[in-house]
Design a protein around this ligand. Structure first.
Ligand SMILES: [Zn+2]
Length: 326
């Protein structure tokens, strides 16, 4: 009995969706929500006053080196980007790749050119690990852009993880893809691309060998984006053309976020070593403080129940994102 409608009987419809790959559920609402443009200027200002290990004058002294046996030069440099060990190593091999000496890169400036060096550095790192250590089978390249996404350092950087034990998400993807291939004799990823292209409900576009759509079961408060590297089985054998296509698409997703007042996001690129049934894929999730109080966009449901919910259906966002792919 809704007080906004004179206590008349009201309904709030929502869907419980099952992910076709993993079987995991998520809840999808269609609520009136429009993100206010956040003012991150105070956060950026504060970060300039705090110690930043990635700024040029501190970098040499404040950041660790890889052992000579693994990397003779200690740090991996590609153009403007530098890759160093992660002081919080989330995996057997864990690197942090800093974009450049620029402390703050506004969202408008995240062009494919500006992202190329740092992604190449991560890709080279994965290749080196894969060649050095045949035990490593799981790889990921990850990005928290700006503090609302969990990042503690404003200075833009990626995190690259390689190891023998997959994360829960990557394990679910691997098990799901393997099971699907056994049961159907076809690749899940090929079928997903075909189905999404045909239905058009969530389809965004294709760039080179990369396929883009909204996720059927979003992980975030606002719908998130899927990219399938249709021809890449592993980050350990990623080619430059596929990387360029991915960055072209990623920059368009970022531009769409910006147009929706989303100035922060998480991104992960998931990969195995080399499995026929698997494709490299990425998820890019908007992150925000939804209400004026400044609350986090994840609460007990995501943190304790491991159950995501979204306030807007992915299908409602797809046409808007598609505009950025013309
Ligand atoms: Zn800095």
């Amino acid at each position: 009995m809704n007080p906004m409608k004179n206590h008349a009987l009201d309904e709030v419809p929502f869907e419980i969706r099952f992910d076709p790959l993993t079987g995991e559920t998520g809840r999808v609402f269609d609520l009136p929500f429009k993100a206010e443009r956040p003012d991150l200027s105070a956060t950026i200002e504060r970060s300039r006053k705090q110690f930043c290990p990635f700024c040029e004058d501190k970098f040499e002294k404040a950041t660790p080196l890889f052992p000579k046996e693994f990397l003779p030069e200690g740090r991996l440099r590609v153009g403007q980007a530098l890759l160093i060990p992660n002081l919080v190593p989330f995996d057997k091999y864990a690197g942090v790749a800093v974009f450049s000496s620029q402390h703050y890169i506004p969202i408008e400036e995240l062009t494919p050119e500006k992202m190329y060096d740092v992604f190449m550095a991560c890709s080279s790192f994965v290749k080196r690990v894969a060649e050095t250590d045949p035990q490593t089978s799981f790889f990921s390249i990850n990005w928290n852009y700006m503090p609302p996404s969990g990042s503690s350092i404003v200075h833009p950087h990626l995190q690259v993880n390689c190891g023998e034990v997959p994360t829960n998400e990557l394990r679910a993807q691997v098990e799901g893809s393997s099971r699907y291939q056994k049961e159907n004799g076809r690749s899940f990823w090929g079928d997903l691309v075909e189905t999404e292209k045909e239905s058009k409900e969530r389809y965004i576009g294709e760039i080179g060998t990369t396929f883009w759509s909204m996720n059927f079961v979003p992980f975030s408060f606002l719908p998130d984006v899927l990219c399938v590297f249709a021809q890449n089985h592993s980050l350990a054998s990623l080619d430059k053309d596929s990387l360029r296509s991915f960055l072209d698409g990623l920059s368009r997703i970022i531009a769409y976020f910006n147009s929706e007042n989303i100035l922060s996001y998480n991104m992960s690129v998931f990969s195995t070593r080399e499995e026929d049934f698997f494709r490299v894929n990425a998820r890019i999730s908007p992150r925000l403080f939804p209400r004026a109080i400044g609350n986090n966009d994840m609460a007990y449901l995501q943190a304790l129940h491991k159950e995501p919910f979204t306030v807007r259906p992915p299908e409602a966002e797809a046409p808007k994102v598609r505009e950025f792919f013309h």
